[in-house]
Design a protein around this ligand. Structure first.
Ligand SMILES: [Zn+2]
Length: 139
């Protein structure tokens, strides 16, 4: 049996968004997303949970520690999304709906390029107290 030790670190940002699919007409959008389709948008205090493989640290020459992860997530995720309107971010402005699922995937795609040796295991996004999304890509 193989074991794996991971650690998960939490980061926070606040952002606005509007759930709206450009593939659907306004009526269907209103029905599907309800008040989250409000044209003026609304805000969330997002929590991003980043899970990394800790065992890789022991078997690699690449220096990668918690400080490096903190710096990376603050520079590439928090600084980019905090106090922004997600619908206008370049990741979403071409028509991708700003769901928690898509946000988790976007965060994964940004971080996986920067975190060495397949150590990124999972990205989770808490949008509200009732909604949690996670993405586990191919590492
Ligand atoms: Zn929302």
């Amino acid at each position: 049996m193989t074991t794996q030790v991971t650690s998960t670190h939490a980061y926070y940002f606040s952002a606005a968004h509007r759930l709206h699919s450009f593939q659907l007409n306004d009526d269907v959008n209103r029905k599907m997303f309800g008040k989250c389709n409000n044209p003026n948008g609304h805000g969330h205090n997002y929590t991003v949970l980043v899970t990394v493989d800790e065992e890789a640290n022991a078997s690699s020459d690449t220096l990668w520690d918690r400080k490096a992860l903190d710096r990376l997530v603050h520079e590439r995720i928090v600084a980019r999304f905090d106090h922004q309107h997600l619908n206008y971010d370049q990741a979403f402005s071409h028509g991708l709906t700003t769901t928690g699922e898509n946000l988790a995937r976007i965060v994964w795609e940004i971080l996986v390029e920067e975190i060495p040796d397949g150590r990124l295991q999972k990205v989770g996004v808490i949008e509200t107290r009732d909604n949690y999304f996670e993405y586990i890509g191919n590492t």
